[in-house]
Design a protein around this ligand. Structure first.
Ligand code: BES
Ligand code: ZN
Ligand code: ZN
Length: 494
């Protein structure tokens, strides 16, 4: 993506993109009266309805541009950064469909005159909209779509602040697209060892990587991770990325579920529910993507990325329902269901993180429960936390980045949902039919491995948001990179 900004339109671009507010009456007479007449006629004939996001294209004789695209911007007071991303996604679709390489637009200058979006955020959301839309996972396609680099030229007065935002937006979306690649790649390639390899690539002068292998985990008693991994030939890894660029500040730990394939184990999933389970390492991908973004943005923070990575498969050594395992923190867990494996590996990873690094905040991300998909669908990740302040900040980062979260209750009444009878805990609800409040119950289990008096903790269930059933705006079908924008915005602002 090649993004430029200047005070006027770039007459060398192939495509001119013009914005039109609901209440615009001057229909570009100043640019070209024929264009104005063209637009007026299409409005009259309802081809171009006002409102947000409708597009209309026209070609003019003797124009400097090959083509003109008009996008309706809706009501001025409703303009926001998400609408900007969506406008950009329409531009990318149009460019790709018509095989144009370059465009120039006045939309940024129209929006900046309104002053409802600050210029840095405007630049950031333009870049995000373009780069996120322009992603495609086509490496396994023999016939690939032709895709030359897009050259974008934005008309804007304060080009320097705009370009500051653009730089951030490019970093954030490239890191998101990187996470999408990791999740879309089949589990035959993305093994625990592959994730380790990706983490090792992040090493630099302020980023150190430590990886605990099976032997070390046995010694340390990280038995929940080992139990989940025991049915696989591929050894488990506990990957710890230490990003130090914040002086003496305590760590913010981000912990991502890294199940590279979830068969369910002996509580095997029904046929048809396996296919997408390569996505069960989306939390891990979000951690790697966020650390990548933090490095490139040179965030002045200390961030700890933690990834327990393994497969949940079945063989003669696999863990079984009824097994009782002693966790790293000493608690015993009876395995009520081998498909509730995410909470097990997170429990050990989080307890280890807290004990050895004393972070002041722990945020875990996991494709943890089908129940969360039922509750919230694909448009918000479930959020559960012991800290109202953290909920507020994550909600704001979610709304600003549009990688949104929705809080679920952490009421006292849920806290004994997993009490064991012959063990300290079970890994599935013991209440009612066992499936009620599934997303909350999963979070409650994890919370038993955090010192809630000492540490601010938030759990993000990204089961619905990380892997999408269809494309929408700038998100493609399948991996979305959920969590990268949310966490990066959070880390940038706090
Ligand atoms: N990885 C799944 C959850 C999942 C479901 C992720 C759909 C993405 C899309 C998780 O390990 C799982 O199987 N959870 C069980 C928990 C239950 C057995 C308590 C579930 O949600 O059914
Ligand atoms: Zn599972
Ligand atoms: Zn899982």
């Amino acid at each position: 993506m090649n993004i430029k900004a200047k005070n006027n339109l770039d007459t060398t671009a192939e495509l001119l993109v013009l914005g039109l507010w609901d209440d615009d009456t001057d229909l570009y007479n100043s640019i070209n009266p024929t264009l104005s007449e063209d637009i007026r006629q299409s409005i009259d004939s309802k081809i171009l309805e006002r409102g947000f996001g409708n597009v209309f294209s026209t070609k003019l004789k003797d124009s400097l541009y090959k083509d003109i695209l008009i996008i309706t911007l809706g009501d001025k007071k409703d303009m926001n950064t998400e609408r900007i991303r969506r406008v950009m996604s329409r531009i990318v679709s149009y460019l790709r469909k018509n095989k144009y390489k370059s465009f120039t637009t006045n939309i940024t200058s129209l929006v900046s005159n309104k002053k409802s979006i600050d210029i840095v955020s405007l630049g950031r959301s333009c870049a995000e909209g373009l780069c996120l839309s322009d992603y495609s996972f086509d490496k396994y396609k023999s016939k690939k779509e032709e895709r030359s680099e897009i050259i974008a030229s934005f008309q804007i007065e304060d080009a320097s602040n705009f370009m500051r935002g653009v730089k951030e937006g490019i970093i954030i979306s490239e890191s998101t697209n990187y996470a999408k690649d990791l999740v879309n790649e089949p589990s035959r390639i993305v093994t625990p060892e592959y994730i380790e390899g990706e983490a090792l690539k992040l090493a630099n002068k302020n980023t150190k990587i430590r990886v605990l292998n099976r032997k070390e985990m046995e010694k340390l008693g990280l038995n929940l991770i080992l139990a989940v991994s025991s049915g696989s030939d591929k050894p488990a890894k506990l990957i710890i990325i230490e990003y130090n660029n914040g002086g003496k500040d305590k760590y913010t730990a981000i912990v991502g579920k890294g199940i590279t394939f979830d068969s369910g184990g002996y509580d095997i999933k029904p046929a048809g529910q396996f296919a997408d389970m390569k996505c069960d390492m989306s939390g891990a991908a979000a951690v790697l993507g966020t650390i990548k973004a933090a490095q490139k943005l040179e965030l002045k923070k200390n961030i700890l990325g933690v990834i327990p990575a393994c497969e949940n498969l079945i063989n003669g050594s696999a863990y079984k329902p009824g097994d009782i395992i002693r966790a790293y923190n000493g608690k015993t867990v009876e395995i009520a269901n081998t498909d509730a494996e995410g909470r097990l590996i997170l429990a050990d990873a989080i307890a280890y993180t807290e004990k050895n690094y004393s972070p002041d905040t722990i945020i875990d991300l996991a494709t943890l429960t089908g129940a969360c998909v039922i509750a919230l669908g694909y448009y918000a990740s479930g959020l559960i936390s012991n800290s109202p302040e953290l909920v507020r900040k994550l909600s704001k980062s979610g709304n600003d980045s549009y990688d949104r979260v929705w809080e679920l209750p952490f009421f006292e009444e849920y806290q004994d949902n997993m009490d064991g009878d012959i063990s300290d805990l079970k890994n599935m609800s013991v209440k009612g039919k066992g499936r009620e409040a599934g997303a909350i119950t999963g979070a409650v289990f994890i919370s038993k491995f955090v010192d809630l008096e000492k540490t601010k903790w938030a759990h993000l269930d990204i089961a619905g948001t990380a892997f999408l059933p269809e494309s929408r705006e700038y998100n493609q079908k399948y991996a979305s990179g959920a969590g990268v924008r949310l966490l990066t915005y959070y880390l940038m602002g706090n």
